[in-house]
Ligand binder design. Sequence first.
Ligand code: ADP
Ligand code: ZN
Length: 287
Amino acid sequence: MLGAIEAGGTKFVCAVGDDTGKIIERIQIPTTIPAETIVEVTEFFKQYPIRGIGVGSFGPIDVNRDSPTYGNITSTPKPGWRNYPFVQSLEDTFGVPIGFNTDVNAAALGEATYGAAKGLDSCLYITVGTGIGAGAMVHGKLLQGWSHPEMGHILVRRHPDDTYHGKCSYHHDCLEGLAAGPAIEERWGEKGVNLVGRPEVWEMEGYYLAQALMQYVLILSPKKIILGGGVMHQEQVLPSIYKHLKEFLNDYVTLPEMSEYIVRPGLGDNAGIIGALLLAQQAIEER
Ligand code: ADP
Ligand code: ZN
């Protein structure tokens, strides 16, 4: 049996599963402070004979194995989680191999193995939810350099009708600051789910996300782009992205048919947790 954790800013999903990506049991725990949340995580996994645990975590996190702080959450504003030694704490408790990556890299791995990018050696998984982030699979491996990519914080050109200041506490009007769920809510004064009848909201959302996708396509040339996260549940977003991306690219590069190239997750909301199972498997193999 393998353990998997999808660690999010609002909730942790913990699961046990097997090496075919099948989930056997799962629970959801609210993310409060480590002392509370990790106790519940421990109680859950203690019930099962797990051989390894994979973690797909909110970030930023230290994924550099040569670093003295490898396995830590780094600069989050979430109380108690800043510099939290996530991997060390799980290793101390369970004594099994721990796989550790970003939530979006885990989701990219899940989608590339069992989902919409199955059989491809490259893909990009983007989440548009409370934040915006992306994980990339390149040549069959998760993309990592001195750290993990932070593709949600790129700069974008402003929509001519947008006077909203932006929500990112570091950069104000980066992509996440203009287009993640909380930015939509603050700009329009209403939660995204209640803005179905306001086409201008989704026109603007597509304008921003299409710019990001253009840059990702031009820089990484992924074979498939997968869009997940709460905001993507809004059905008007994807058509708006297609429209704007076509305009921005202006036939400079010829993409595959948009509706097959830029898609929703094949694993639905399970991409991250199934990806975390795969991280556990990789950690065992590496050991
Ligand atoms: P998280 O990013 O915390 O893992 P989600 O991916 O569910 O969580 O994203 C939550 C965000 O998505 C919230 O800002 C919420 O308002 C927004 N959201 C959820 N459902 C919808 C919807 N149907 N339309 C637009 N926005 C939505
Ligand atoms: Zn930012």
